[in-house]
Every structure is written in C-alpha cells, then in structure tokens.
Design a protein around this ligand. Sequence first.
Ligand code: C5P
Length: 418
Amino acid sequence: MLKGKRILLVVAGGIAAFKSQELIRLLRKHEASVRCVLTEAGAKFVTPLSLQALTEDKVYSDMFSLTDESEMGHIQLSRDADLLVVAPATANILGRMAAGLADDLATTVLLATDKPVLAAPAMNVRMWTHAATVANVETLRQRGIHFVGPNDGVMACNEYGPGRMSEPAEIVAAIESLLSAEKPPLEKPPLEKPMAGKRALVTSGPTREAIDPVRYISNHSSGKQGHAIAAALAQLGAEVTLVSGPVNVPDPAGVKVVKIESADQMLDACLAAGKVDVAVCAAAVADWKMAVPAGSKLKKKPGAAPPALELTPNPDILAALSKPGAKRPTLVVGFAAETENVVANAVEKRTRKGCDWIVANDVSPATGTFGGERNTVHLISAQGVQDWPTLSKDRVAMQLAGAIALHLTRPRPAEAAE
Ligand code: C5P
C-alpha cells in the first residue's frame, strides 16, 4: 500500500539516526519514494552521502542554498510529499516544532507543510519524562502531530525506560496506518522481556499486628507502589511472587499473590517463596507487635485504667533476606519512607539492613505520596544516589523493574565487584 507514496524524512541529531537508514531501505522495499532533510546535528550521525545513496535522491540540509531553492523551494519540498516523518525526533527538534521555530530547513518544512506529520521520538529517558518535553509533546499532539513510540528499553546511555526510537518496521507500520483510512489506530509495540527466566519476590502493603482477636496495629500503606512493581517485573517476563498485607488494590495480572496479615506471616511467606533473583521489599511492615496478643477481646472495665500494651519488635524481613549466604537473592531492594533527611537516612539504612539498593521517598503529608498516584524517589546503591523526577507510581515501578533487569542481565564491571 506504500507503492508510489512520497515520504519526506527529517533526520535529526540522535544516536538513533543510524536506524533511519534501515527505515529508508524498508520504505524503498515497499516501493515508496523517500526524500531526506538532514539537520546539522543529524549530519554528525549519518552522512548526506549514505542517505543520498539509499534514497537515490538529493539530500536537503541547507536553508539558504541557492541551488536548492532554484531546484525546489522549501515550501514545495514540504508539500511535495504525502507524509512527513521525523525520525529520530530528538527533544531539541520537538521543542523547536512546539515553539513554531523555523530556524533551519527541517523546522521550516515542518512549519510550512500541509501534510500529516509523524514523529518517532528518541532520547534519554529523563529527557523524555522532563516536564518540558511532556508539555511539548502534548502541544504537538493537540496540533495533530502523530507519534510512534518511543519504546521502553535499554538505551545507549545505559539507562532503562521509555526513549528508544521505535524499530524501523514499527515506523513503517505506523506510516501505513496513517496513510490508510481502513487500518486500526497505532498499537503500542510489545515490551521486551529481559526478566524472562528470572524469579522475583515483592512485599507490599501494610501488616496488621493483632492486639486481641478484634483489634490490631497497622499503618496507611496502600500497596499501590509494591503492587505496581510486581506488575512491572511480571510484564518484563519475571516469575513474580507478591506477598501482600491487606490492601484495596487489585491483584496484578500474571503474578502469584500470597495474602498475609502479620509481619511473622510475611516473613514465613517470603522464605517459602524459595530462591529468587531479586527481592523488593516495598511493604510497610509494622515495627512492633504485641509481646503476647490477648486470646480474647480486651474488656473495658468501669473505672479501670486502659490496658498497657506491651510491644516487642517484629522480625526485619528486608534484613533477613539481605543476610549473606547461598539463599541470598542476587539483588535485594528496600524502601525508605522518610519525612526528613530523606537521602541521608536512606544511605544509612542501606548499610544497616545489608541490602543492595534503597528506593527512598519523602512521605511527609504535604507530598501526598501515601495513597497518592505519584512518587518522587531517589535510588541509592553502592554507586551513589540517582534522583528521579516525579513520576506516576506505575512509571516508578517500570523504571525500577527496568533497572533491576539491566542489573541482573548486564552487570557492569564496577557493579560486579560490589
Ligand atoms: O526500618 P524501616 O521500616 O524504615 O525500613 C524500611 C524497609 O525495610 C522497607 O523496605 C520495608 O519493606 C523493610 N522492612 C521489612 N521488615 C520490617 C521493617 C521494614 O522488610 N520489619
């Protein structure tokens, strides 16, 4: 269906520009004609000569070239196509498009065109999740610009998350979908499964410590973050056991859920899960339990003082799982919910508990983290502290699952020595 279609491909300056060459080859195979506009930064990644050879056409890059203008003006260039494709669409070119700039040939043709535009973003995960890029993409979407990707995956910069340019075949499918009225809307490509064959254990939610058969000590943990992590690890292909205290969030799909109440039961369930590659302790385990829970309901007696509750510490599940030995998971991740000195306390907690990573978050009431949808976290490892931007709990979960996958499947030399 692409036979005879004319695609104007804008190649901007990103490492993914090398994939644009494969895109051209695929489009030509489908008998579409491709003409390229190469930005100055794009030319640092691919040469005009290689694009010219692949397209069998002139490559345009200079806004003020008299030859270009005499052969074909930029207005004509922008309209003499059925579709404009920006691949890779870097944070920079998306920003310039959103601002309506026309400061080079690429942005000028994009501003001058009356044809549909499809952008295939490609950038570092933090650039993609930065509020400025999010706002630019939203603006462009509202103006009718179409997007394909980005995909989640491992990036050139060794981070994991959304930002990888869609594969050339996915971009071709998106082009076909746009140029054909009958085709269904673009679908998200399937996620990679880097955790296939790995086992994961996740704790989530609060625990309940019985005072007597009807009363208990507990906390406000919603289980949203822990459940999202279990779901994300399962999406990446891991076999996941989720040990959860009482919560109101649904069981994640594709995860074995073990429901418990007390910290003692949570510890037993964790040990019963057997050897795992990664343990993520996101549960808000009660610090104390009754030294001896009452066997029957404590009675109010007229005139008598309230009962003194004698407490004793609960087992520390994170510390137990972190103990060195054959059964220790390759990676143990704890959480630190703090209301002050968030990073400093978490750094100290990592050493004290013996775990590998700590995900630290500020849960002071003003942040709305407890029970809320968003989370601002810092990832603390032996390598130092990574400050993540404020993200939805699902996105934090996916980014953490991605970092875990990266760690378990591609240990870097510095970490291998941890
Ligand atoms: O000591 P603190 O409760 O601040 O530590 C928080 C981290 O330790 C979390 O990862 C939590 O799931 C874990 N934890 C645990 N068992 C406990 C207390 C905390 O696994 N008894």
